[in-house]
Design a protein around this ligand. Structure first.
Ligand code: SAM
Length: 256
């Protein structure tokens, strides 16, 4: 998925939603941040997690955000422009330009799902992490990322088209083994359920529905069909039979 264009803008809305904030808090707590630490956020997007981590590690620490999308990096730089302990690099997780053992912790939110060769990226994240350092990541079980309330056939079709937006539909199930094979121990998997029963203006569901709609049009569905799906879920919302259910998973490990 191309995060440089309007899909990137919608992604940042998803990230800033009430549930997006909740997921960042879960990661933040799992990282057990201390003043003075150096932390890497891979696929930092608009820099929202970088900002909260930078405020926590303070002036003795440093937080680095890496993202291959120039637009994401520009937005993140602007968002954190008042902080002097942050750095942003336009880079990919497959080839990081940091020395071995540079960071106390590494994190990423909804990024590994988008990378074909997750194994190489996990190896690279292990390389830049010090021994004993923490790795905390969130990815989504996309097979369980479902809207309810629209015509079932149309709903299934649009969700099926959306499967192509990333290469891994069920990454959290395979991630523990990938971590074990790349020098991590103490691996945990914690479910983070999201349930929206209304689509208020800061709901994860609202901005995810718009992301799915934009992606579906770019990938061959007609504008009319997609508009109909959006109208149907909005109508379901008004009629009290709307639902959006998604399951994220926090996966953690310690570098050995
Ligand atoms: C769904 S967004 C999540 C952004 C941010 N972590 C958040 O939660 O708001 C996925 C991000 O991963 C980035 N990304 C895609 N491929 C990447 C790669 N190979 N290395 C690092 N980041 C990547 C994208 O540019 C995008 O900003």
């Amino acid at each position: 998925m191309d995060f440089d264009q309007n899909l990137g803008e919608l992604q940042r809305k998803v990230s800033q939603s009430q549930e997006g904030i909740g997921r960042r808090k879960t990661i933040f707590e799992a990282l057990a941040v201390e003043s003075g630490q150096s932390i890497l956020d891979l696929g930092c997007g608009g820099g929202y997690q970088v900002r909260s981590l930078a405020l926590a590690v303070g002036s003795e620490g440093r937080v680095v955000g890496v993202d291959p999308s120039l637009k994401q990096i520009e937005v993140a730089r602007e968002y954190c422009s008042d902080l002097d302990n942050v750095e942003f690099t336009q880079d990919s997780g497959t080839d990081l330009s940091f020395q071995d053992g540079t960071f106390d912790s590494v994190t990423s939110t909804n990024v590994l799902d988008y990378i074909v060769d997750v194994d190489s990226v996990v190896a690279e994240l292990r390389r830049v992490l010090r021994r004993g350092g923490r790795f905390c990541t969130i990815s989504i079980l996309w097979d369980h990322h479902r809207f309810h309330g629209a015509d079932p056939a149309l709903n299934n079709r649009i969700l099926h088209v959306f499967r192509d937006h990333c290469p891994h539909q069920m990454l959290p199930l395979g991630l523990p083994k990938i971590l074990l094979n790349n020098g991590f121990a103490g691996i945990t998997s914690t479910p983070i359920p999201i349930l929206n029963m209304t689509m208020h203006n800061n709901a994860f569901a609202r901005w995810t529905s718009k992301t799915i709609a934009a992606f579906a049009i770019k990938n061959g569905m007609s504008e009319d069909e997609v508009a109909l799906w959006l109208r149907q879920i909005e109508e379901a919302d008004r009629n009290g039979n709307f639902g959006f259910v998604s399951m994220s998973v926090l996966t953690t490990g310690v570098a050995i």
